[in-house]
Design a protein around this ligand. Structure first.
Ligand code: PAF
Length: 284
C-alpha cells in the first residue's frame, strides 16, 4: 500500500526530500474512488518523465453545488492506496477539508468565459471550486508535470487556460477517456448505477458515435448533429442537461461547416448525472 499523507507539512517534507534526490515530481489530482482510468493517468505521468508520482485524493466540497451529490460521492481511501501501489505511486496525499480550507479561507480562482456555459451553467459554482482546489493542489505539490483526463473536457480546457494565465510553470498533460468495452466512459459515478441503468447508460457512447458517423459522412450543421444525439438518447436516459457541438478551444457553439467539433453531453440516468464527450473529425 502506498504511504498516505494527510498533513501539509508532511507532504512538503516528503516532496523536499524527493526533489533533493533529483526527482521530477508528477501529480495526478483525483477525488479518489480510483478506477482504471485514474491508474492510466499514473502510467501516463510517468511516461511524461515523472519519477516521483503524487496522487492527490480529495473530495472537494467547493466543487459540489448539490449537497446530496457530495454526500453520495464514494470515499474509498484504503482501496485507493492499494490500487495506487499497484502502479508504483510514491505518495498519496489525502488532506482533510479543514486543512485545505481552514477557518478564514477566503480566496478563490475564477476562469471567466470558458466556464460560462455547459457544466458552468448547470452546476453554478462548480468551476470556481475546481480551479481553486487545483491551484491549491498544484501550489502544494509544485510538480513539474500534472495530468488530467479528457473525460471532463471542459474542465481540462479551463485548467489548461488557468495554468497559462497564472504563469504556473507546470507541464499540463491530458489523457484520452478510458472506456468499458461497451463504450461507457469510466467514472467514479458509474458504481452508483443500478445494473439496468448501467445498461441504459451505454446509450451515451452510442449516441455520440452516431453523430461521429454523420460528421464523417459530411454533415456539418451543428443543430442537425446535436439532434442526432438527442434522438438517439431519448428513451434511454431520464433527462438531458445539454448536448452541444462546440469549438474545441473556445467551447462556444461550433460554427456550421467547422472541420472539427467537440461534442459535449450531460445526462441523468437512474439518479446519476453522467458527462461524456467526443471529438468529431472527418476521418475517425
Ligand atoms: O476531475 C476531478 O476528479 C476533479 O474535478 C479534480 C480535478 C481532481 C479537482 O477536484
Amino acid at each position: 500500500m502506498t504511504d498516505i499523507v494527510d498533513s501539509i507539512p508532511d507532504l512538503v517534507a516528503r516532496l523536499d526530500h524527493a526533489r533533493a534526490e533529483g526527482k521530477r515530481v508528477g501529480v495526478v489530482p483525483t477525488m479518489g474512488a480510483l478506477h482504471t482510468g485514474h491508474l492510466a493517468l499514473v502510467d501516463e505521468v510517468r511516461n511524461a518523465g515523472a519519477n516521483f508520482v503524487v496522487l492527490t485524493v480529495f473530495v472537494n466540497p467547493l466543487q459540489f453545488n448539490d449537497a446530496k451529490d457530495l454526500d453520495a460521492y464514494p470515499r474509498t481511501l484504503d482501496e485507493d492506496a492499494r490500487a495506487a501501489a499497484t502502479r508504483g505511486v510514491d505518495l498519496v496525499f489525502a488532506p482533510s477539508p479543514g486543512s485545505m480550507y481552514p477557518p478564514g479561507h477566503q480566496t478563490s480562482v475564477d476562469v471567466h468565459d470558458l466556464t460560462r456555459r455547459w457544466e458552468g451553467e448547470h452546476r453554478p459554482g462548480h468551476f470556481r471550486g475546481v480551479t481553486t482546489v487545483v491551484t491549491k493542489r498544484l501550489a502544494l505539490t509544485a510538480p513539474a508535470v500534472a495530468i488530467f483526463g479528457r473525460k471532463d473536457y471542459q474542465q481540462w480546457v479551463v485548467l489548461r487556460r488557468m495554468v497559462e494565465d497564472l504563469n504556473l510553470r507546470i507541464e499540463m498533460r491530458a489523457m484520452d477517456t478510458v472506456r468499458e468495452s461497451d463504450g461507457l466512459a469510466l467514472s467514479s459515478r458509474n458504481g452508483r448505477l443500478a445494473p439496468t441503468d448501467r445498461v441504459r447508460a451505454t446509450a451515451i457512447a452510442r449516441a455520440m458515435r452516431a453523430a461521429q458517423r454523420r460528421f464523417a459522412d459530411g454533415e456539418r450543421r451543428r443543430v442537425v448533429l446535436e439532434g442526432v444525439v438527442r434522438d438517439s438518447l431519448n428513451g434511454d436516459v431520464d433527462a438531458i442537461d445539454y448536448v452541444a457541438c462546440v469549438d474545441p478551444e473556445t467551447l462556444e457553439p461550433a460554427s456550421d461547416g467547422s472541420v472539427t467539433m467537440q461534442l459535449l453531453v450531460a445526462v441523468h440516468v437512474g439518479g446519476v448525472r453522467l458527462i461524456d464527450n467526443m471529438r468529431l473529425v472527418s476521418t475517425p
